[in-house]
Design a protein around this ligand. Structure first.
Ligand SMILES: Nc1ncnc2c1ncn2[C@@H]1O[C@H](COP(=O)(O)OP(=O)(O)OP(=O)(O)O)[C@@H](O)[C@H]1O
Ligand SMILES: [Mg+2]
Length: 249
């Protein structure tokens, strides 16, 4: 039985402790009317164990950046490195392998599978990644217990409250013991109780050593992060310095 939310992370490579290293990326979307220059030379690094929040006005390129880090989209120019490995030139199947090894994604609109039980929603990504079913079920049960929704394991996600649904989405993102958890507006569609539950969960993950990169419009969520990166017009406008960890942790 695991007693923490965060799996033992492999020791970072001695040559780099960067979980994420994005260098001068450009991404333009060809629209019928006019091209949209979503990213215009954006840089971002996230060290192993860091909790970084990305903020900025709507349309400034935050989700586009997150998609590049997740290997769900590729830049027109510039480079994305995950755990010391460049994504440049990787084909779709190589990117899928990278995602299975390193990335846990919490989507803005949950992407839960309503036809499956709560437990199966967490088991499935691990089984797809090649984990034996029994081991995947055991880890999924532990995650649901730790996230406070273990009693819902056999039910449909439909019975969950907004905060519980988001916690389930986070449990699913943790199923493959990812190097980094990415989250796009994880509290965006929640009421304040739901938002507080999810925020507390990210705090616990961070204290357990999980590397987290999240996009948020929510100042309390950003304040829980060690560093706030502000984006504007497709670039990083300011990159806050890490706040030292509390000495008690
Ligand atoms: N697949 C796409 N095709 C065309 N345009 C896109 C696509 N994805 C994003 N864009 C455009 O790129 C710009 C940046 O979008 P992005 O989703 O990264 O913004 P954002 O900072 O996440 O905004 P929000 O806070 O509203 O979520 C926007 O103008 C958007 O319309
Ligand atoms: Mg967005």
């Amino acid at each position: 039985m695991t007693d923490t939310l965060v799996a033992q992370q492999p020791q970072p490579d001695a040559t780099t402790d960067l979980a994420v290293d994005v260098t001068t990326v450009y991404r333009t979307f060809d629209q019928e009317t006019a091209p949209v220059r979503a990213l215009r030379g954006a840089d971002l690094t996230v060290r192993a164990g860091e909790f970084v929040a990305v903020m900025g006005p709507s349309g400034c390129g935050k989700s586009t950046m997150l998609n590049l880090v997740a290997g769900l989209d590729v830049p027109d120019e510039g480079e994305v490195m995950i755990a010391g490995e460049s994504l440049s030139g990787k084909d779709e199947s190589a990117l899928a392998i990278m995602r299975r090894q390193h990335i846990g994604i919490v989507f803005q609109f949950f992407n839960l599978l309503e036809g499956m039980t709560v437990l199966e929603n967490v088991v499935m990504p691990a089984v797809i990644a090649g984990t034996r079913r029994k081991a995947a079920e055991s880890r999924a049960s532990d995650l649901l217990d730790l996230l406070g929704i273990g009693d819902k394991a056999k039910q449909s996600p439909e019975v969950l409250s907004g905060g519980q649904r988001q916690r389930l989405a986070i449990a699913r993102a943790l199923a493959n013991e990812p190097t980094i958890v990415l989250a796009d507006e994880p509290t965006g569609s929640l009421d304040s109780d739901g938002g507080a539950e999810v925020l507390e969960l990210f705090r616990r993950l961070h204290h357990g050593g999980q590397t987290i990169l999240l996009v948020t419009h929510d100042q309390p969520v950003a304040d829980a992060a060690g560093r706030i990166v502000l984006m504007k017009d497709g670039r990083v406008e300011s990159d806050g310095t890490s706040v030292p960890e509390e000495s008690s942790t």
